[in-house]
Design a binder for this molecule. Sequence first.
Ligand SMILES: [Zn+2]
Ligand SMILES: [Zn+2]
Length: 257
Amino acid sequence: MNPFAYTDELIETVKAWDGTIGAPSARNRKTERMRVFKNNFVEDVLATSRWWLPGVWFGGFIAYGFYLAVVGDMGMAKGLGLYGAGILGWTFIEYALHRWAFHFHVEPDDFDAKMRLFLLHGYHHEFPNDKLRLVAPPMLSWPLAVIILGTYTLIGGLEPALILFGGTTCGYLFYDWTHYGTHHFRPKDPVFKLIRRSHMIHHYKLFQLNMGISTPLWDWILGSWGWSQDAVKEALAEDRKLAKERAAQQALTTDRE
Ligand SMILES: [Zn+2]
Ligand SMILES: [Zn+2]
């Protein structure tokens, strides 16, 4: 059997989905999550991830890159500069992937294109609070890590590449955990409050806005920043409404069991 065979539930959902990425469609509003692959290993190990796992996979790179930046051959000032460039580099990768690779247009009758878009990003917009599909799973993050580290090594050699990659993975982990936090916590401090509210606008008001999650920097520079008190209010109200609907649905399902 094809280990990457999709569940019937996924196929039905993608067929019914019109290919628009935005707030969850009526059909999916009350559902917390959905199984994507039939194969247990692919579904549980490759295609989903607990929030803390990226820390296990990339923590060593983050620490070793920093260590090399401090004691490596190029000297501490240059080393830390390169590490910082790695972090900044990540913020751009995050923005570019989200803006130019994760939000492409598909026709509602093109099933294959819809499936690609759904697996890449549509799923997150339809089921924004699925705890197992919020940080990037190995299927996505490992190949991306190999490409980034490989490119850095080809350009600059191994030691600078490891320093730069340490910074990049540090930025990545901040992004992944911040993104997780925007969907599961109500922060009080002004910085994380701004991050959460701008991301809610992206989900519930206008998906073309606020493509950066860990920082609004590239949205400011590239003209995709959107912020008004009304938009924030509406987006947060929508998020609350959705959470209530799902909780009610869950209570109903638990009652039936
Ligand atoms: Zn999100
Ligand atoms: Zn998005």
